[in-house]
Design a protein around this ligand. Structure first.
Ligand code: NAD
Ligand code: UDP
Length: 389
């Protein structure tokens, strides 16, 4: 359309349509990024993933306005010779593929390390060798624990931002011991970041690294027993949504004292679009993408989700709204946690002028409205069905 072709970048130059090889396009973030690129830009997407359920609505029927601009390639990047060809055909590669649910880090550490490091290696290599730009998805978890978490509990320094705010170019990466296998993910992500950074430094590869801070919204993960395994443990948004949909208490791991900042997926996708369309401002940088204004403890998150769900569903909250569980019981041996995650926003602000907009209440309201509409009926059926014996 005329509107779309008249779009300009942050320096006022017209944006040329790109071909983007998006690996992991069928996941939570990928589905939102594809949606944005189809509805608001003229870019083409080669969507690579082993699943396409979350982007089916963009692929079919073939009279969609963006027909022909998105094609799905079902492949596993672990072993598929088509990968290099697809990267060569593209101007830009975005790698989202990963095992990235904490329940896997300590129980499937080998799969976690292979997925986040070994499987990402050929992608980096093909980009470097073919002079292609790479946007790689890392994680805020590479920061690990805050420096402040090692201070005495009553130390006033714990209130000083110098001891907890996470800065791309200054903060150290602080992980637990090796037997705390939780950190297998963070460590694999850190090493691939270092490798990409080195490809930039030694071979001139154009790269951008994204560190998401708890992006949440519709289509995140799965609801156990409905569109995922009944024994599966997704990330906290889907765990709590599942409990709310079933009228069960929300489980607070180790007292729910850990702190997180949550950002609405749609705000975060704006930041990624700016990176895609402003390479001169984004190349060579590592960006925190989060919302420092939306900080809560996991307990406060549970309390807010209970209120919001009651509002959007019209149902009374359960008698026992939350219960405490130990991390060992919930995640098993080797679990550990990040204590606090406040992103410093200086770099993304300076380079791309990006700021998050949506408050925690508002993003939970739209997300839980979606969860209720999508799953409430399906859950009733699952609950009504007698368990096969
Ligand atoms: P997701 O699990 O929904 O998406 C990942 C996608 O990659 C899935 O669709 C999966 O099928 C695909 N994939 C995995 N291995 C693959 C392989 N070998 N071949 C082909 N496809 C494969 O997760 P997400 O939340 O969309 O996360 C995307 C990226 O962002 C990940 O790298 C993750 O580590 C990072 N990240 C996300 C968050 C967040 O807040 N959502 C936070 C930190 C980091
Ligand atoms: N958590 C919880 N109950 C749940 C699921 C998660 O208390 O049912 C906690 C978890 O221990 C962690 C936080 O919620 O402190 C966020 O977990 P998530 O899986 O979303 O990923 P993380 O932010 O740790 O990467």
């Amino acid at each position: 359309s005329v509107g779309a072709s008249a779009r300009v970048d942050l320096d006022g130059n017209p944006i040329k349509p790109l071909t983007i090889c998006m690996i992991g396009a069928g996941g939570f973030i990928g589905s939102h990024l594809c949606e944005k690129l189809m509805s608001e830009t003229q870019h083409k997407v080669l969507a690579l993933d082993v699943y396409n359920d979350k982007i089916k609505h963009l692929l079919e029927p073939d009279n969609l306005p963006w027909h022909g601009r998105i094609t799905f390639h079902r492949l596993n990047i672990k072993h598929d010779s088509r990968l290099e060809g697809l990267i060569k055909m593209s101007d830009l590669t975005i790698n989202l593929a990963a095992i990235c649910t904490p329940a896997d880090y300590n129980t499937r550490p080998l799969d976690t390390i292979y997925s986040n490091f070994i499987d990402a290696l050929p992608v980096v290599k093909y980009c470097s060798e073919n002079n292609k730009r790479l946007i790689h998805f890392s994680t805020c978890e590479v920061y690990g624990k805050t420096i402040g978490s090692f201070l005495p509990k009553d130390s006033p320094l714990r209130q000083d931002p110098a001891y907890y705010v996470l800065k791309e170019d200054e903060s150290p990466c602080i992980f637990g011991s090796i037997e705390k296998q939780r950190w297998s993910y963070a460590c694999a992500k850190q090493l691939i970041e270092r490798l990409i950074y080195a490809e930039g430094a030694e071979n001139g590869m154009e790269f951008t690294i994204v560190r998401p801070f708890n992006w949440i919204g519709p289509r995140m993960d799965f609801i156990p027993g409905v569109d995922g395994p009944s024994e599966g443990v997704p990330r906290v948004l889907a765990c709590f949504s599942n409990n709310l949909l079933r009228g069960q208490p929300l489980k607070l791991v180790d007292g729910g004292q850990s702190q997180r900042t949550f950002v609405y997926i749609k705000d975060a996708i704006e930041a990624v679009t700016l990176m895609i369309e402003n390479p001169a401002r984004a190349n060579g940088h590592i960006f925190n993408v989060g919302n420092p204004n939306n900080e809560v403890t996991v307990r406060q998150l549970a309390e807010m989700m209970i209120k919001v769900y009651s509002k959007v569903s019209g149902e009374q909250p359960p008698e026992t709204p939350t219960i405490d569980v130990s991390s060992k019981e919930f995640y098993g041996e080797g679990y550990d946690d990040s204590d606090k995650r406040i992103p410093d926003m200086t770099t993304i602000n300076r380079q791309l002028g990006w700021n998050p907009k949506t408050s925690l209440w508002d993003l939970l309201e739209s997300t839980l409205t979606y969860q209720h509409r999508t799953y409430a009926e399906a859950i009733k059926k699952v609950i009504a069905k007698p368990v096969a014996s």
